[in-house]
Design a protein around this ligand. Structure first.
Ligand code: NAD
Length: 261
Protein backbone atom coordinates (compact mmCIF):
# COMPACT_ATOMS: atom_id res chain seq x y z
CA UNK A 1 0.00 0.00 0.00
CA UNK A 2 1.37 3.43 -0.94
CA UNK A 3 0.88 6.12 1.67
CA UNK A 4 -0.40 9.49 0.52
CA UNK A 5 -1.36 12.45 2.68
CA UNK A 6 -4.79 13.78 1.82
CA UNK A 7 -6.45 15.62 4.67
CA UNK A 8 -9.48 16.84 2.76
CA UNK A 9 -12.62 16.61 4.88
CA UNK A 10 -10.60 16.98 8.11
CA UNK A 11 -10.71 20.13 10.24
CA UNK A 12 -7.53 21.27 11.97
CA UNK A 13 -7.53 23.68 14.91
CA UNK A 14 -4.12 25.20 15.60
CA UNK A 15 -3.74 27.31 18.75
CA UNK A 16 -1.50 30.38 18.57
CA UNK A 17 -1.34 30.30 14.80
CA UNK A 18 -1.20 33.89 13.59
CA UNK A 19 2.62 33.73 13.47
CA UNK A 20 5.65 31.46 13.66
CA UNK A 21 5.43 27.69 13.97
CA UNK A 22 1.63 27.56 14.37
CA UNK A 23 1.16 29.48 11.14
CA UNK A 24 3.73 27.31 9.35
CA UNK A 25 1.88 24.18 10.49
CA UNK A 26 -1.47 25.64 9.43
CA UNK A 27 -0.11 26.33 5.93
CA UNK A 28 1.20 22.78 5.49
CA UNK A 29 -2.03 21.20 6.78
CA UNK A 30 -4.03 23.45 4.42
CA UNK A 31 -1.77 22.44 1.52
CA UNK A 32 -2.61 18.82 2.39
CA UNK A 33 -6.30 19.72 2.08
CA UNK A 34 -7.41 20.24 5.70
CA UNK A 35 -9.91 22.94 6.63
CA UNK A 36 -8.24 25.30 9.06
CA UNK A 37 -9.13 27.19 12.22
CA UNK A 38 -6.48 29.78 13.08
CA UNK A 39 -6.31 31.27 16.57
CA UNK A 40 -4.66 33.85 18.77
CA UNK A 41 -5.75 36.32 21.45
CA UNK A 42 -5.91 39.33 19.07
CA UNK A 43 -8.74 40.18 16.70
CA UNK A 44 -7.03 42.25 14.01
CA UNK A 45 -7.93 42.55 10.35
CA UNK A 46 -4.58 40.90 9.60
CA UNK A 47 -5.63 37.79 11.57
CA UNK A 48 -8.78 37.32 9.47
CA UNK A 49 -6.89 38.22 6.26
CA UNK A 50 -4.46 35.35 6.92
CA UNK A 51 -7.36 32.89 7.04
CA UNK A 52 -8.82 34.30 3.85
CA UNK A 53 -5.46 34.06 2.05
CA UNK A 54 -5.06 30.44 3.18
CA UNK A 55 -8.56 29.53 2.02
CA UNK A 56 -7.98 31.07 -1.42
CA UNK A 57 -4.49 29.70 -2.01
CA UNK A 58 -5.21 26.17 -0.76
CA UNK A 59 -8.85 25.84 -1.79
CA UNK A 60 -9.95 24.93 1.74
CA UNK A 61 -12.18 26.53 4.37
CA UNK A 62 -10.18 28.66 6.78
CA UNK A 63 -11.29 30.98 9.55
CA UNK A 64 -9.80 32.81 12.47
CA UNK A 65 -11.25 32.51 15.98
CA UNK A 66 -10.05 34.84 18.73
CA UNK A 67 -9.56 33.03 22.05
CA UNK A 68 -7.10 33.65 24.87
CA UNK A 69 -5.25 30.41 25.64
CA UNK A 70 -4.34 31.66 29.14
CA UNK A 71 -7.96 31.07 30.17
CA UNK A 72 -9.40 27.56 30.42
CA UNK A 73 -12.94 28.52 29.42
CA UNK A 74 -11.62 30.35 26.33
CA UNK A 75 -9.64 27.25 25.29
CA UNK A 76 -12.79 25.14 25.53
CA UNK A 77 -14.86 27.77 23.69
CA UNK A 78 -12.34 27.76 20.80
CA UNK A 79 -12.93 24.05 20.18
CA UNK A 80 -16.69 24.32 20.69
CA UNK A 81 -16.87 27.24 18.25
CA UNK A 82 -14.77 25.35 15.69
CA UNK A 83 -17.62 22.80 15.75
CA UNK A 84 -15.38 20.03 14.46
CA UNK A 85 -11.82 19.15 15.41
CA UNK A 86 -10.17 16.17 13.73
CA UNK A 87 -6.65 17.54 14.13
CA UNK A 88 -5.72 19.53 17.22
CA UNK A 89 -2.36 21.28 17.29
CA UNK A 90 -1.56 22.73 20.71
CA UNK A 91 1.03 25.29 19.76
CA UNK A 92 0.38 28.57 21.65
CA UNK A 93 3.36 29.47 23.78
CA UNK A 94 5.25 32.29 25.44
CA UNK A 95 8.66 32.57 27.10
CA UNK A 96 10.24 34.48 29.97
CA UNK A 97 13.85 34.25 31.09
CA UNK A 98 14.95 34.93 34.71
CA UNK A 99 16.66 33.11 37.58
CA UNK A 100 14.19 31.27 39.86
CA UNK A 101 14.38 33.69 42.86
CA UNK A 102 13.62 36.63 40.53
CA UNK A 103 11.11 34.85 38.30
CA UNK A 104 7.88 36.93 38.37
CA UNK A 105 5.01 34.82 39.74
CA UNK A 106 2.59 36.21 37.14
CA UNK A 107 4.97 35.09 34.35
CA UNK A 108 5.19 31.61 35.88
CA UNK A 109 1.39 31.41 36.02
CA UNK A 110 0.96 32.72 32.45
CA UNK A 111 3.54 30.31 30.99
CA UNK A 112 2.02 27.28 32.76
CA UNK A 113 -1.47 28.37 31.64
CA UNK A 114 -0.65 29.10 27.98
CA UNK A 115 2.07 26.50 27.30
CA UNK A 116 0.58 23.61 29.30
CA UNK A 117 -2.93 23.95 30.78
CA UNK A 118 -4.40 25.21 27.49
CA UNK A 119 -3.56 21.83 25.92
CA UNK A 120 -5.44 20.02 28.70
CA UNK A 121 -8.53 22.16 28.11
CA UNK A 122 -8.53 21.93 24.30
CA UNK A 123 -7.83 18.19 24.39
CA UNK A 124 -10.67 17.61 26.88
CA UNK A 125 -13.06 19.41 24.53
CA UNK A 126 -11.71 17.88 21.29
CA UNK A 127 -11.49 14.18 22.23
CA UNK A 128 -15.28 13.62 22.29
CA UNK A 129 -15.44 15.16 18.77
CA UNK A 130 -12.64 12.89 17.54
CA UNK A 131 -14.33 9.86 19.09
CA UNK A 132 -17.59 10.77 17.37
CA UNK A 133 -15.74 11.11 14.04
CA UNK A 134 -13.83 7.86 14.68
CA UNK A 135 -10.46 9.45 13.88
CA UNK A 136 -8.21 12.07 15.39
CA UNK A 137 -4.74 13.52 15.79
CA UNK A 138 -3.49 15.53 18.75
CA UNK A 139 -0.13 17.17 18.12
CA UNK A 140 1.47 19.05 20.98
CA UNK A 141 4.29 21.45 20.24
CA UNK A 142 6.77 20.84 23.05
CA UNK A 143 10.45 21.73 22.58
CA UNK A 144 13.98 20.39 22.93
CA UNK A 145 13.34 22.01 26.32
CA UNK A 146 10.67 19.35 26.90
CA UNK A 147 13.53 16.82 27.03
CA UNK A 148 16.47 18.85 28.35
CA UNK A 149 16.88 21.96 30.51
CA UNK A 150 18.67 25.31 30.44
CA UNK A 151 19.09 27.78 33.29
CA UNK A 152 16.68 30.74 33.71
CA UNK A 153 13.78 29.14 31.80
CA UNK A 154 12.15 27.35 34.76
CA UNK A 155 8.49 27.90 33.84
CA UNK A 156 9.00 27.15 30.14
CA UNK A 157 10.93 23.97 30.86
CA UNK A 158 8.42 22.80 33.47
CA UNK A 159 5.55 23.44 31.02
CA UNK A 160 7.31 21.72 28.10
CA UNK A 161 8.24 18.65 30.18
CA UNK A 162 4.62 18.69 31.34
CA UNK A 163 3.20 18.70 27.84
CA UNK A 164 5.39 15.72 26.92
CA UNK A 165 3.79 13.87 29.85
CA UNK A 166 0.31 15.00 28.87
CA UNK A 167 0.96 13.70 25.34
CA UNK A 168 1.82 10.25 26.70
CA UNK A 169 -1.30 10.10 28.86
CA UNK A 170 -3.52 11.29 26.00
CA UNK A 171 -1.98 8.56 23.81
CA UNK A 172 -2.69 5.86 26.40
CA UNK A 173 -6.29 6.98 26.88
CA UNK A 174 -6.89 6.80 23.10
CA UNK A 175 -4.62 3.86 22.22
CA UNK A 176 -7.41 1.51 21.18
CA UNK A 177 -9.02 4.13 18.93
CA UNK A 178 -7.94 5.64 15.61
CA UNK A 179 -6.62 8.62 17.56
CA UNK A 180 -2.95 9.40 18.18
CA UNK A 181 -1.18 11.97 20.30
CA UNK A 182 2.46 12.97 19.98
CA UNK A 183 4.73 15.87 20.85
CA UNK A 184 6.97 17.61 18.34
CA UNK A 185 10.14 18.90 20.00
CA UNK A 186 11.68 21.69 17.92
CA UNK A 187 15.16 23.02 18.51
CA UNK A 188 15.68 26.71 17.70
CA UNK A 189 13.40 28.06 14.97
CA UNK A 190 13.79 31.73 14.01
CA UNK A 191 10.30 33.01 14.93
CA UNK A 192 9.15 36.08 16.94
CA UNK A 193 9.54 34.20 20.28
CA UNK A 194 13.26 33.70 19.48
CA UNK A 195 13.78 37.13 17.86
CA UNK A 196 12.62 38.73 21.13
CA UNK A 197 15.38 36.95 23.08
CA UNK A 198 18.21 38.23 20.86
CA UNK A 199 18.51 41.91 22.04
CA UNK A 200 18.64 40.97 25.76
CA UNK A 201 21.18 38.22 25.11
CA UNK A 202 23.31 40.66 23.05
CA UNK A 203 23.36 43.00 26.07
CA UNK A 204 23.95 40.23 28.61
CA UNK A 205 26.96 38.79 26.77
CA UNK A 206 28.09 42.01 25.02
CA UNK A 207 27.88 40.24 21.67
CA UNK A 208 26.70 41.07 18.15
CA UNK A 209 23.49 39.55 16.79
CA UNK A 210 25.54 37.07 14.71
CA UNK A 211 27.63 36.07 17.73
CA UNK A 212 24.50 35.50 19.86
CA UNK A 213 22.96 33.31 17.16
CA UNK A 214 26.12 31.28 16.54
CA UNK A 215 27.76 31.18 19.97
CA UNK A 216 24.78 31.22 22.34
CA UNK A 217 21.67 29.95 20.61
CA UNK A 218 22.94 27.45 18.10
CA UNK A 219 25.76 26.02 20.24
CA UNK A 220 23.34 23.32 21.41
CA UNK A 221 22.11 22.68 17.87
CA UNK A 222 24.90 20.65 16.22
CA UNK A 223 23.61 21.42 12.71
CA UNK A 224 24.33 25.11 13.53
CA UNK A 225 21.21 25.99 11.56
CA UNK A 226 17.78 27.09 12.68
CA UNK A 227 14.99 24.59 11.98
CA UNK A 228 12.20 26.11 9.88
CA UNK A 229 8.46 26.52 10.34
CA UNK A 230 7.95 24.59 7.09
CA UNK A 231 9.81 21.61 8.61
CA UNK A 232 7.48 21.76 11.64
CA UNK A 233 4.53 21.85 9.25
CA UNK A 234 5.84 18.86 7.32
CA UNK A 235 6.36 16.89 10.53
CA UNK A 236 2.85 17.68 11.75
CA UNK A 237 1.37 16.72 8.38
CA UNK A 238 3.27 13.42 8.46
CA UNK A 239 1.82 12.71 11.93
CA UNK A 240 -1.65 13.09 10.36
CA UNK A 241 -0.89 10.49 7.67
CA UNK A 242 -1.79 6.79 7.72
CA UNK A 243 1.94 6.01 7.81
CA UNK A 244 1.96 7.53 11.31
CA UNK A 245 -1.13 5.70 12.58
CA UNK A 246 0.95 3.57 14.99
CA UNK A 247 3.11 6.46 16.16
CA UNK A 248 1.56 7.56 19.44
CA UNK A 249 2.70 8.68 22.88
CA UNK A 250 6.13 9.69 21.70
CA UNK A 251 8.26 12.72 20.92
CA UNK A 252 9.70 13.67 17.54
CA UNK A 253 12.73 15.92 17.76
CA UNK A 254 13.31 18.40 14.94
CA UNK A 255 16.35 19.98 16.49
CA UNK A 256 19.44 19.56 14.29
CA UNK A 257 20.85 16.97 16.73
CA UNK A 258 20.41 18.96 19.99
CA UNK A 259 19.07 16.04 22.02
CA UNK A 260 21.68 13.62 20.64
CA UNK A 261 24.47 15.47 22.44
P1 NAD B 1 5.54 32.88 18.17
O1 NAD B 1 5.69 33.93 19.24
O2 NAD B 1 5.72 33.26 16.75
O3 NAD B 1 4.16 32.13 18.30
C1 NAD B 1 3.44 32.01 19.47
C2 NAD B 1 1.99 32.02 19.08
O4 NAD B 1 1.21 31.87 20.27
C3 NAD B 1 1.57 33.34 18.44
O5 NAD B 1 0.66 33.08 17.40
C4 NAD B 1 0.90 34.08 19.58
O6 NAD B 1 -0.07 35.00 19.12
C5 NAD B 1 0.25 32.90 20.30
N1 NAD B 1 -0.12 33.20 21.67
C6 NAD B 1 0.62 33.71 22.67
N2 NAD B 1 -0.12 33.89 23.76
C7 NAD B 1 -1.37 33.46 23.44
C8 NAD B 1 -2.59 33.41 24.15
N3 NAD B 1 -2.70 33.84 25.42
N4 NAD B 1 -3.68 32.93 23.51
C9 NAD B 1 -3.62 32.52 22.21
N5 NAD B 1 -2.49 32.55 21.50
C10 NAD B 1 -1.38 33.02 22.11
O7 NAD B 1 6.57 31.73 18.59
P2 NAD B 1 6.84 30.28 17.96
O8 NAD B 1 8.29 30.09 17.99
O9 NAD B 1 6.12 30.10 16.70
O10 NAD B 1 6.22 29.36 19.10
C11 NAD B 1 5.20 28.42 18.86
C12 NAD B 1 5.38 27.25 19.79
O11 NAD B 1 6.59 26.57 19.45
C13 NAD B 1 5.46 27.62 21.26
O12 NAD B 1 4.77 26.69 22.05
C14 NAD B 1 6.95 27.52 21.53
O13 NAD B 1 7.23 27.25 22.87
C15 NAD B 1 7.34 26.36 20.62
N6 NAD B 1 8.77 26.28 20.31
C16 NAD B 1 9.39 27.29 19.65
C17 NAD B 1 10.74 27.15 19.37
C18 NAD B 1 11.50 28.20 18.60
O14 NAD B 1 12.73 28.14 18.57
N7 NAD B 1 10.86 29.17 17.98
C19 NAD B 1 11.45 26.03 19.81
C20 NAD B 1 10.77 25.05 20.50
C21 NAD B 1 9.42 25.18 20.75
Amino acid sequence: MAFTIDLSGKTAVITGSNSGIGLGIAWELARAGADIVLNSFTDDDADHALAQQMAEECNVTARYIKADMSKGEECRRLIAEAGKCDILVNNAGIQHVAPIPDFPVEKWDAIIAINLSSAFHTTAEALPMMRKAGWGRVINIASAHGLTASPYKSAYIAAKHGIVGLSKTTALETAKELITCNAICPGYVLTPIVEKQIPDTMKEYDMSREEVIDQVMLTRQPSREFATVEQMGGTATFLCSDAAAQITGTTISVDGGWTAL
